[in-house]
Design a protein around this ligand. Sequence first.
Ligand SMILES: Cc1cc2nc3c(=O)[nH]c(=O)nc-3n(C[C@H](O)[C@H](O)[C@H](O)COP(=O)(O)OP(=O)(O)OC[C@H]3O[C@@H](n4cnc5c(N)ncnc54)[C@H](O)[C@@H]3O)c2cc1C
Length: 413
Amino acid sequence: MKISCVGAGPAGLYFAIVMKRRNPNHEIVVHERNPAGTTHGWGVVFWEDLLATLRTNDPDSAQAIADQAVPWSGQVVDVEGQPPLHHGGGGYGLCRRRLLQILIERALALGVDVRFESEISELRQVADADLIVAADGVASPLRRHRADQFRPQIEAGRNKYLWLATTQRFPSFTFGFVPTSAGWVWFHAYSFKEGMSTFIVECAPETWKGLGLGTMRADAELRLLESIFAKHLDGHELISRDGQGHTLPWSSFRRLVNRRWRADNLVLIGDAAHTTHFTIGSGTRLAIDDAIALASALSEHDSLPRALDAFDRRRQRALARVQRDARLSAEWFENLPRYIRYNTPAFFTLLLARRSRLLKRIPARTYLYLRGQYTKLTGRAAAPLGRIGGPAHPFGSRAKCGIAGAEPGTPRH
Ligand SMILES: Cc1cc2nc3c(=O)[nH]c(=O)nc-3n(C[C@H](O)[C@H](O)[C@H](O)COP(=O)(O)OP(=O)(O)OC[C@H]3O[C@@H](n4cnc5c(N)ncnc54)[C@H](O)[C@@H]3O)c2cc1C
């Protein structure tokens, strides 16, 4: 089969790898608009279950990824003015640039034709392919050409976020919340390679405006953020990929769903098909799962349309719940003032329950009370409210979670 894959992110590259491994006779070209070695973002988190999936599908790249992954253990919530709270769980951080290098090297070794600085914005540029895979990210130019069939819905989240890095070490996944004159500003941080951590800053749009963020030169703004988070950074600097002098690349998270993922011989995978808010740390994993599912559907069905329809159905079903969880998680952070008034143990409980539909519907205090009552009655923590309202773990289903004996919180103000 002649395949054109647009986008050398995790989705496009992993699809090319899995297809070539299944049948080296496939002619696969991956087009990437950027030069080799460029990427956005810093480190991503993932869990053991992803490594298991990678080992099954391509042991070589799985080993290289496992070798580069940095484990983090436990989670910390640090709300200014209160003692930080530690909690169990663990996972891995990985440099996104390194991940892409590994996948590119592996794809090339398998005979995939990876072309950099090859921008595909019109379908006619790849018209000779039997199959066109749009792995071109959330803004997917290819998706627009069949928008009437895909029927995408994009919604911008309320909060502003910025994906930075720092040389400060965060051996645990850390959430830090700091009050400012214009409202709360917080970060999510974790190590992703020796001496480097991801540091994602987030705040409400009113706070962003109130602090004058987005209006200063990048270096001035980085210094301002360093002063806000001084206690956590302990003298280490914040780093942006964008050069000094420009404004920092603040964004609002784009939630994307598509009614269909397939139109004729064009199929969407990864962020071109769906997005999940970064606070559930699963976009890369889902992109890789899409790639594997598409390759499996193509080998299970002789007819291309049937294979693409089967892929579409299977992955839409798999994604529905994750996307709902991701939306709840994003909305939890958009409604932070509802929760941050509680003391840290209660706040942490609410943070862990942020994918709960129940928590969204009832007052936080009632949620904490119900949870406390359940624990008193059964001697067990949290799981039922997780079951009623969604998983209690902040990211993935594999890690252990649940603060023992969660008590109703006491509002601080
Ligand atoms: C702040 C933040 C934190 C995140 N943290 C995590 C995390 O911890 N764990 C996790 O699993 N996920 C995380 N994600 C999500 C993850 O980054 C994405 O879900 C993942 O990169 C999707 O992979 P993809 O291959 O579908 O798309 P992308 O990685 O976006 O790749 C798309 C590629 O297509 C190329 N392209 C676009 N248009 C064209 C064109 N016209 N022609 C040729 N090439 C083109 C782009 O240059 C890009 O290289 C995070 C996302 C954000 C925003």
